[in-house]
Design a binder for this molecule. Structure first.
Ligand SMILES: Nc1ncnc2c1ncn2[C@@H]1O[C@H](COP(=O)(O)OP(=O)(O)OP(=O)(O)O)[C@@H](O)[C@H]1O
Length: 412
């Protein structure tokens, strides 16, 4: 059991941890997530005893860390640091054997027990083949594996890892976290700082979100990672969805748009061009409404993931009066109307009529527009284009911003 109680840490004038409390139950894999500079490493260093907090206490299984000697603390907590510094001239076996130091007297030679622990640690991480290699000649991933083996040779109930997957390729990321999860299944208590939120959600039992010097939320990954919290803590626009393969939460971060759109936009259209247009507009912080669109369409699904207000319609049927009225209201209310795939939109009389006389308009052309557009729809699409600006998806935020400035100039 790790009990962090009201811990505060400052460096000079900067308060990095401000009255942080967190309890980690035995046999739990807790992922520490949060933006760069949030204090994850600082918190891990406080738990390992490497850093003494300015205020508050850390207790391990009921014993205060500051009352344990450093050797006793090292028999309880092992650390895999972010920076697996190279110790020139040592073999991997020498490095792993260093994990045994807390178990030996000052001048005591290594024992049979030490050799067993080192062998077992190499076997556990599957790195026996590296034992006689020089540590400074190993790849970053191999060195990381050896550092984990060193921590295992320490035979502690608690393991702290600082960004264990940061320098690893995709296979090694998963292998490392599978190993850590297996160690937890064997009874270890693990706290790991992890930047990749999808991997953290997949492997950790619980997450603690650290931001602005405090723990903002703890609990099951699904309860900690919400769009609102990620917006607040990371200033990021994200899409959260359950991964169909792992069944864990997947987090996709939207590209940040350089220009914010601070007036409302109504988006009419369908298909992937419309969906990508929506993603860009939401990334630019625009207040967007969408529709009418049929459920199952790429636009409707993206709007659902992004939590965008959507006017839904029945597929393959004329628009009913209620849907038409809702769409008309949204079009009238918006500062700018964006139309994706204009020929498709113009092919439907009622939808086209909604847009009649409307300006300014931004027309977004995409590769998924219908090539077999009837002549009438094609000429109507041209009419829509003349009422505003035509762009591809990449240019949509700029085009909407220009259209917005037109509205503002007209308002003045
Ligand atoms: N020894 C130190 N002296 C001065 N400032 C420090 C020290 N260690 C950390 N800091 C500062 O404390 C803040 C938190 O750093 P920390 O490394 O704990 O963050 P982190 O969440 O691990 O970040 P990252 O995700 O970038 O690794 C940063 O602003 C950092 O510059």
């Amino acid at each position: 059991m790790i009990d962090i109680d009201s811990v505060s840490v400052s460096f000079g004038d900067a308060t990095v941890l401000d009255d942080v409390s967190l309890a980690v139950e035995p046999g739990t894999f807790l992922g520490l997530v949060g933006p760069n500079g949030a204090g994850k490493t600082t918190l891990l260093r406080t738990v390992s005893g490497a850093l003494e907090p300015d205020a508050g206490t850390v207790s391990l299984d009921g014993d205060r860390l500051d009352g344990l000697g450093s050797k006793a603390a090292s028999r309880r907590v092992a650390v895999v640091p972010q920076d697996t510094t190279v110790s020139f001239g040592f073999t991997a076996r020498d490095v792993v054997a260093m994990g045994r130091t807390p178990h030996r007297g000052r001048f005591e030679p290594s024992s049979r027990e030490d050799s067993r622990a080192v062998d077992e640690a190499f076997a556990r991480v599957g790195a026996e083949h590296l034992a006689d290699r020089r540590i400074d000649e190993l790849s970053g991933g191999e060195r990381q594996t050896v550092t984990i083996a060193r921590a295992l040779a320490q035979e502690t109930p608690i393991l702290l890892l600082d960004e264990p997957t940061a320098s690893l390729d995709i296979n090694h990321q998963v292998e490392t976290l599978e190993l850590v999860a297996a160690l937890v299944a064997d009874g270890k208590t693990v706290v790991a700082a992890i930047h990749d939120l999808s991997l953290a959600a997949r492997y950790c039992d619980e997450l603690a979100l650290l931001a602005d010097g405090d723990i903002v939320a703890t609990g099951l990954p699904e309860s900690v990672l919400t769009r609102e919290r990620l917006a607040e803590s990371f200033d990021a626009r994200t899409v959260l969805r359950r991964d169909p393969v792992t069944e864990s939460l997947g987090v996709t971060t939207l590209a940040r748009q350089p220009e914010a759109v601070d007036r409302s936009v109504h988006l009419v259209g369908s298909g992937s061009t419309a969906a990508r247009t929506l993603e860009r507009l939401v990334g630019a912080d625009a207040s967007v409404t969408v529709g009418p669109v049929a459920p199952g369409d790429a636009l409707a699904e993206t709007a659902d993931l992004l939590g965008v207000e959507t006017i839904e319609r029945y597929p393959h049927e004329p628009l009913d009066d209620v849907t038409l009225a809702a769409a008309r209201e949204a079009v009238d209310r918006a500062a700018v109307v964006a139309v994706a795939n204009p020929a498709l939109v113009a092919g439907e009389d009622e939808v086209y009529e909604l847009l009649e006389g409307r300006s300014p308009m931004v027309v977004v052309d995409g590769a998924d527009g219908d090539q077999r557009t009837p002549d009438r729809a094609a000429s109507r699409a041209e009419t829509l284009r003349r009422r505003g600006e035509t762009t591809d998806v990449r240019g949509v935020v700029d085009a909407v911003a220009r259209a917005r400035r037109l509205v503002e100039a007209a308002d003045d």
